[in-house]
Design a protein around this ligand. Structure first.
Ligand code: LHQ
Length: 259
């Protein structure tokens, strides 16, 4: 249920069940886990883009499976099922290269939260974000309770999760849920441009930046300063650091290799 495409050093993962707005079923989830874990290991990939086929990004967990299990009177334990989602969210979060969610149309439920686990989000102006969970009596999962308050603050996070109203793309951009909102007509081009730019960046440094920023949210200043020193030591050993300095001194654009 995925389409995979290599565009230079960018891996584009397209969720492909357009007839149900890319609702995530078991097979798609297993494929997403396998592909993201593999992308993390593959040094030839320097940026990962996640998007949806058809008219939407994704409508969340495929609810037909759950409806079916309810109808058979089965007690559902989501533990094992969620474990797979957790592997996906962890793979995206710890990916040692940038991840970009490209959202058009609706992003609902766990599909929305998977987008939140990516480093950056670009949205088409037709995008709609929906923390749909409470509409069906569920709590946000797939990392939503972690990323949402960190991205938009506690007040907005509670509102989005409790009222479960749709948020349009402009409002999402205004509150910082997405990094940028572009006209639908330019969405593909702008996504590609941003992805190529990220793939041409200092990849190892990007990974260190992610680690540092998230760590700072759970530590005090002294600890953040210590971690900055430690990770700067690592950044200083990269070829991209040397290249960046050389390019600056030679007054030319840097050619980063990701090493
Ligand atoms: C769908 C779905 C869908 C199947 C649209 N499944 N078919 C929960 C449980 C346990 C463990 C794991 O985690 C989770 C996390 C979750 O993600 S819970 C939240 C699940 N998602 C939702 O509650 C959203 C349900 N969908 C909707 O509310 C609407 O479809 C939205 C607002 C997403 C889009 O509305 P529209 O643009 O009006 O499209 P539509 O409703 O007409 O949908 C098009 C088709 O897609 C339709 O099928 P049909 O045969 O009538 O054309 C829908 O039934 C199907 N579809 N979402 N999640």
């Amino acid at each position: 249920h995925l389409l995979l495409e290599r565009d230079g050093q960018v891996l584009v993962i397209t969720m492909n069940r357009p007839e149900v707005l890319n609702a995530i079923n078991d097979l798609m989830l297993e494929e997403l886990v396998a592909v993201t874990e593999e992308a993390a290991r593959d040094n030839a990939i320097r940026c990962v883009v996640l998007r949806g086929a058809g008219r939407a990004f994704g409508s969340g967990q495929d609810l037909t499976r759950f409806a079916w299990e309810y109808s058979r009177g089965k007690q559902i334990s989501v533990g094992e099922h969620l474990d797979l989602y957790h592997r996906l969210v962890q793979a995206l979060h710890t990916m040692p290269k940038p991840t970009l969610a490209a959202i058009h149309g609706v992003a609902a439920g766990i599909s929305c939260n998977i987008a939140l686990a990516c480093d950056l989000r670009i949205a088409a102006d037709d995008a709609r974000f929906l923390e749909a969970f409470s509409r069906i009596g569920l709590v946000p999962d797939g990392g939503g309770s972690y990323f949402l308050p960190r991205l938009v603050g506690l007040g907005r996070a509670l509102e989005l999760a409790m009222l479960a109203d749709e948020l349009d793309a402009h409002e999402a951009e205004r509150i910082g849920l997405v990094n940028r909102c572009v006209p639908l007509a330019d969405f593909e081009t702008e996504t590609r441009k941003l992805a190529q730019r990220l793939a041409a960046g200092p990849t190892r440094t990007y990974a260190l930046i992610k680690e540092l920023m998230f760590a700072s949210l759970d530590t005090e200043l002294a600890e953040s300063l210590r971690l900055e020193s430690k990770l700067q030591d690592q950044a200083l050993t990269t070829e991209d650091h040397q290249e960046g300095v050389a390019a600056f001194l030679q007054k030319r654009p840097p050619r980063f290799s990701g090493r």
